[in-house]
Design a protein around this ligand. Structure first.
Ligand code: CUA
Length: 338
């Protein structure tokens, strides 16, 4: 039985299927807000591939649904379908077109990868050290920080390595990831385009504390960055810190990412014990409050509060927080806990 192809029906199905898929692609915020030139380019390649996929989906859905509607066997029809050998022309078309599209995607990706790797002639260089389970950022003037501060609109070359096992550096808003491998330095270029605070995430399973191996990246105006870069004092940052010295040190070291302390705005972390009520823990550990707080910062595994696990909090704060700041921090927490 010959049947004329209803092109109107076929095209309509394709447009409806393609329209629904396009709406899903556009309406859902699949990608994090871009905060770098590199992320803009990566977003472009995503959309480049997505548009191609939407077209292919529309064609496949149209033919599939059209066939289901028009070529169904009638009830009670157990006869064989007509023998069809194949169609060389169609087979060539459905091989050549995808080959061209996949080649186009790989060319676009290769161009983006090359552009993203180019830090220009005068990048800001920051050394990144990953270790179980913290990040340390060292600048060219020797300044180190547990938080990655970057000026806006200047290419930055991150020189990434690890102290113990393989980690992976990732700021979703900056786009590209880069592995942190012991004994090896991997570069990653970032050109921030948006001031703000963005999460730094370890994205390679690296041990029990992997999920807590997080820090913060702050993209600052050029002037604010220059002030911070040249200064020796810990300065309060926009969007965090209580304004007191202890609160600033608390914020600066990222304590609030894992701990709740009501005295510090934004310190609402739930990974580690709540710092609002430390006296009972000090008693359980058989210590006075102040030495208990100091020990818990410097040697976090010495006493583990009920319901928590050892090995999660980085054991490096004793060396990364200067002595005098540590005393201020301990006194600050003691003054604001019950
Ligand atoms: Cu470091 Cu996961």
């Amino acid at each position: 039985m010959e049947r004329r192809t209803s092109w109107i029906q076929l095209v309509t199905i394709g447009l409806v299927a393609g329209g629904i898929a396009t709406a899903v692609a556009i309406a859902v915020p699949w990608l994090p807000t871009s905060a770098s030139k590199q992320a803009d380019r990566i977003d472009f390649t995503y959309w480049f591939a997505t548009v191609i996929c939407l077209g292919i989906f529309a064609v496949v859905a149209a033919i599939l649904v059209y066939s289901m509607i028009n070529f169904r066997a009638k009830p009670g029809d157990w006869s064989d379908g007509p023998p069809v050998h194949g169609n060389t022309t169609i087979e060539i078309i459905w091989t050549v077109i995808p080959a061209v599209l996949v080649t186009a995607i790989s060319i676009a990706s290769a161009i983006v990868l090359a552009q993203n790797g180019n830090a220009g002639s005068n990048p800001l260089v920051v050394r990144v050290l990953g270790e179980q389970f913290s990040w340390t950022f060292t600048y060219q003037n020797g300044k180190t920080s547990p938080i990655l501060r970057l000026p806006i609109n200047r290419p930055v070359r991150l020189e990434i390595t690890a102290a113990d096992v393989i980690h992976s550096f990732w700021v979703p808003n900056f786009g590209q990831k880069q592995d942190a491998v012991p004994g090896q330095v991997n570069d990653l270029t970032i050109t921030p385009t948006r001031t703000g605070t963005y999460p730094v995430i370890c994205t390679e399973l690296c041990g029990r504390g992997h999920s807590t191996m997080r820090s913060t990246s702050i993209v600052m105006t050029e002037a604010a960055f220059r002030t911070w870069y040249a200064g020796t004092a810990q300065r309060p940052q926009p969007g965090g810190g209580s304004g007191t010295a202890g609160g600033v040190i608390f914020t600066h070291n990222g304590c609030g990412a894992c701990h709740t302390l009501t005295a510090v705005p934004g310190a609402t972390g739930k990974v580690g014990p709540n710092l609002d009520t430390l006296t009972p823990s000090a008693q359980a550990a058989g210590q006075k409050l102040i030495p208990f707080i100091r020990q818990s910062i410097v040697d976090p595994n010495a006493y583990i509060a009920k319901g928590y696990q050892p090995g999660v909090m980085p054991g490096t704060f004793g060396t990364t927080i200067p002595h005098q700041q540590l005393s201020v921090l301990v006194a600050f927490i003691a003054a604001h806990t019950k």
